[in-house]
Structures are given as C-alpha cells and as structure tokens.
Design a protein around this ligand. Structure first.
Ligand code: BEZ
Length: 237
C-alpha cells in the first residue's frame, strides 16, 4: 500500500517563549517579541489580502485598536502575501470600503509580509488540512514577558469574534493582577474564582463561611466579588 507523507506542523505551546523572528511589515521592520517587551500583543494571521472575511476582520481590529491600547495591548497581523499587496489592500480599505458603520478605516498596526512562510510555519499558522498556501486565522496572545498565554485557531471561512479576543486579554490580565481565575463566560464585574483551598482547615473555614465575602459552591469551588472598576483601575494603562 502506498504511504502518503504528511508534513508535520509544529505548534508552539501555552507557556512557551513566543518564537523569535525579524520581519518586514507595513510599519517597517519588527523584531518579535523583543520590540514589545512590557506590552501584551495579539499576533494574528489571516489567509489572504483582498478577501471579504479578512477585510471585515481588519476593519474591526483597526477600529478597536485604541481599546486594545488602553489595555496595553498591541496588534500585529500576518499573511503570506507580499508587502505591496498589503499596502494596496490597506489603501483600498481606507479609500473604498464602508462596512457596518465603519469607514475611512486606517490600519496603523504592522502587517507582516511572510511570502517565505518562515514566520507562519514557526507558529503553526499553515495547516495543510485547511490550506497549503494560506495561513489559517490564528490568534496568539503574548504577554509582556514574551510568553504565549492563549492560542485560538479558526478556519478560513469563519471571521473571529473580537469581543472574545478583548475579553481574553482582560481575563488574562485580571488573573495575573488579582491571582484569581475566571469562570465560564466571565466578564468584568462578575465574581471571580479564588484558588482552591490548600488545606483541610481552609476548606472547613470556607464551608463555614469564615472567609469574608466568599461564596462556596463546594469546598473546592469558591468565588468572590471583584468590581469592574477595580479590575480596570488595575489593568488599564
Ligand atoms: C476571506 O477572507 O473571505 C477568505 C479567505 C480565504 C479563504 C476563504 C475566505
């Protein structure tokens, strides 16, 4: 029987150092992640310039750029197109496209040219089951120390949910700032999860309501209130 050779796609893992690269972008050369030390970054790929889903995504990302900046978060895009294609596409978006109330949208964040696929292969953005020639819609959230903290991959046909990307940044920053975890569908202002009791005594105290404002659903699952204002006071730039 004939064997078909499948290229192994390597994916970075959560907690890894973000793979290093130097790349040409629409905003000049960047050294990643060194140029972003001390900042959060959403590094994302899109399949191709001059395509509809990607256009809707870029317009949305660009119109939310200030909201991300307030969260000390920079955006960096990538596709396997060349620099001149990127420039032409971004000019078209600004000059011609009006979509869902967004118009005259200028994309000011860097868009990497990756014709050689050097960067996209390092990040597992080329997934042959989806396409051999285009990057999937990958999202990497990289923290101020250059570590990968969240990865999300979407297929070519599905535009990303930008509220979720913003929620993910806020949830990560909240977890770091307050040493808590965030439950399903958490939004700022909702209760947060406190670390599980590490001793029988703490478990007992919590179940007996001796730990202040905590609400325990069982000894291992306790939450406490965290006001929205407190969250933003701590994480907003
Ligand atoms: C799009 O962005 O519309 C798209 C790109 C590549 C394949 C399918 C859709």
């Amino acid at each position: 029987m004939e064997e078909t050779k499948q290229e192994v796609v390597s994916l970075p893992r959560l907690g890894d150092d973000a793979p290093r690269f130097t790349a040409e972008t629409t905003q000049g050369v960047i050294n990643f992640p060194d140029d972003y030390k001390g900042q959060w970054v959403i590094l994302f790929s899109h399949p191709a310039d001059f395509t509809p889903v990607c256009t809707s995504e870029f317009m949305t990302f660009a119109s939310m750029q200030d909201e991300f900046k307030e969260l000390n978060t920079e955006l960096v895009g990538l596709s396997v197109d060349g620099l001149y294609s990127h420039i032409a596409w971004l000019r078209t978006i600004k000059e011609k496209i009006e979509y869902k109330g967004m118009k005259d949208i200028e994309v000011n964040f860097p868009l990497i040219e990756d014709i050689t696929m050097e960067v996209s292969k390092k990040y597992g953005m080329i997934q042959p089951g989806e396409s051999n020639t285009k990057a999937v819609r990958a999202v990497f959230i990289v923290d101020p120390a250059g570590k990968i903290r969240t990865m999300i991959y979407y297929p070519l046909s599905m535009g990303r949910n930008f509220d979720e990307l913003k929620r993910a940044i806020i949830a990560l920053q909240t977890a770091d700032a307050f040493s808590v975890a965030t439950p399903a569908d958490w939004r700022p202002g909702d209760d947060v999860i406190v670390p599980t009791a590490g001793s029988c005594g703490t478990a007992k105290d919590r179940m007996e309501g001796k730990e202040g404002e905590m609400k325990c659903y069982d000894w291992f699952f306790c939450t406490k209130p965290l006001a929205k204002e407190e969250v933003f006071q701590k994480i907003r730039k």
